[in-house]
Ligand binder design. Sequence first.
Ligand code: BES
Ligand code: MN
Ligand code: ZN
Length: 495
Amino acid sequence: MVVIEAENNISSLKTQLLANYVFTDELSSLSLSEMTPDFDPFIREIIEAKEFAGKDGTICVIHNIAGSRIKRTLLLGMGDKKNLNPEKTRNLTGKVVKKSKELGISEFVLNPFISIDKDHLSALVEGIKLTDYSFDNYKREKDGNELSHVRILVRNDLENNKKIIQRSAVVSDAVIFTRNLSNLPPNDCSPKDLATFALDLSKNQKLKVSIIEEGEMESKGFGGILAVGKGSSSSPKLIVLEYSGTTKNEKPIVIVGKAVTFDTGGISIKPSEKMEEMKFDKCGGCNILGIMKAVSDLNLESNVIGIIPAVENMPSGSSYRPGDIIRMYNRKTVEVINTDAEGRIILGDALSYGVKIFAPKAIIDMATLTGAAIIALGTNVAALVGNDKELVTKILECSNQTGEKIWQLPLFEEHKEQLKSSNADIKNIGGRPAGAITAAAFLSNFVDDIPWVHLDIAGTAWNQEGTKEKSYNPKGATGFGIRTILKYVANHNPL
Ligand code: BES
Ligand code: MN
Ligand code: ZN
């Protein structure tokens, strides 16, 4: 894994590549002579010839003469300085990483050219680490060279900047940890495997991890998780991770993530086209593992509980059926109309367990819950539904800072009415209209009056191809949502 360091020794810098962040409105005053006197005249000529104008994401690489301390210089176009923001910095930094890989270079230096603030410095680190990632454990031939070492030039406050880099590296590593889990094929990631990965975390982290097994679920009445899990030969698990970062008697934040290790749809089986992608139906749960890992690595002064209902949704002689009526953990009954609407059922149990056992100050769930969320918002924006203005506002603020785009959808009584059943308290689907909202309406039955936010990450949790919009999101799992929720949880210790 790439090592990232702060560097302030500018005059004797030695590197394969020095990448300079260049704004369109600072081209005329651009001077690199401080570090690279040899380059200066060439760069001036390139700029005068308008071969490089600093436009967003444009790149120009120049070779120095043989024997120079700095082998190549790279200009990265950053557009107008007034349009600068951390997400742009994160995204365009990814382009430098990609270019360096094209060139076969595993080490470079970034010269951000701005009196860089905390958020932009973090964005550099994230841009490097998240773009460097590839999932190739199962390939005998690897995808390309990995970076080994990147330095970031900082002109002042070296110690503080080192700390910022270190903390951002931990956050990025949590995203990478989660991507590695989420990308696992379903034959290597059963509910039991997930439980094992969670238990592994408790070995060297300040985390208490417990697994509620099928038998205990039966005696405690987890009718939802049990029903969905019934059709699989891998039994369901309820994974609970506890972190206490403050001795104060502070109420915890509970985070819940859907982990359907494979979603065939069950008896209401899905079409076979693209069904392999349903290995990503565990992304919400894997996010929880990454967040809990980071929370403990960063020693955050918060109390946080992670809950992951893990099941495999399979069709078999022992599957739950359309028409079944199940009794959930909070005693409400649910008429199953479609066994493919399974995520909300397992989350219902997990949410009401979180509310009852931990009396949290806030409860947040993440789930690849509905295709309708993709229809509504596309593949770059997650849907949010909540019951508490203050919590919703906080999460949206965090999302603005991390570049993980989230948009709120409403939840009205009319939506809840779509779930009325003539045979049970509620049914598990509300028809096609407002599909992402009625899924959330279902969940609202299981959170009582606790401030709650639901994030539907069906569109954002993975990419079919690497996206053009975000250089740092590769093909496969993205870890979307981890950085935003970590920001929220960190609260007293800003990231
Ligand atoms: N895991 C799916 C949602 C999903 C679909 C995520 C496509 C990402 C891409 C979920 O369990 C599901 O099957 N939802 C159904 C609900 C329907 C039966 C009401 C859906 O969205 O089609
Ligand atoms: Mn489903
Ligand atoms: Zn699902």
